[in-house]
Design a protein around this ligand. Structure first.
Ligand SMILES: [Zn+2]
Ligand SMILES: [Zn+2]
Length: 129
């Protein structure tokens, strides 16, 4: 699978060392991380959040600078989900395979307060829609 921003092949990573059970696929060039639905499910086991709510991605008209899902064929655009507590944190979520993309800069901001906490923010945002 390739990075949605670069053409670099993604490699297995644990994006947050505090939760090594949560695995993703990382880009060595831009530092972004792709989390598949099963990765997010593992996160659900850790933080007890209803990740199925990721189905409620924002409608296309709210999205800007669309990325393409690295998983889905034919290609699908990812939806934008903004963290309420940290506006720099934007998840790009696939409404089809329910994977999520985190950009490198976002991941830095996230790691300052913990990946899990930031993702929980995103889930809460989704559940209100
Ligand atoms: Zn990249
Ligand atoms: Zn997808």
């Amino acid at each position: 699978m390739q990075c949605p921003r670069c053409t670099v092949t993604l490699e297995a990573v644990a994006p947050d060392e505090r939760t090594p059970e949560v695995q993703g696929l990382g880009c060595t060039r831009c530092g972004g991380v792709w989390l598949e639905q099963q990765d997010l499910s593992r996160l659900e086991q850790v933080v007890d959040v209803q990740w199925l709510e990721l189905r409620h991605v924002p409608p296309p008209e709210l999205q800007a600078e669309l990325l393409t899902c690295p998983r889905c064929v034919p290609a699908r655009h990812l939806g934008k989900v903004q963290s309420e507590r940290d506006r720099k944190v934007v998840l790009d979520v696939c409404g089809h395979c329910h994977g999520a993309w985190l950009d490198g800069g976002e991941l830095e901001a996230i790691q300052q307060k913990g990946l899990v906490a930031a993702l929980v923010d995103a889930v809460r945002f989704l559940m209100r829609r």
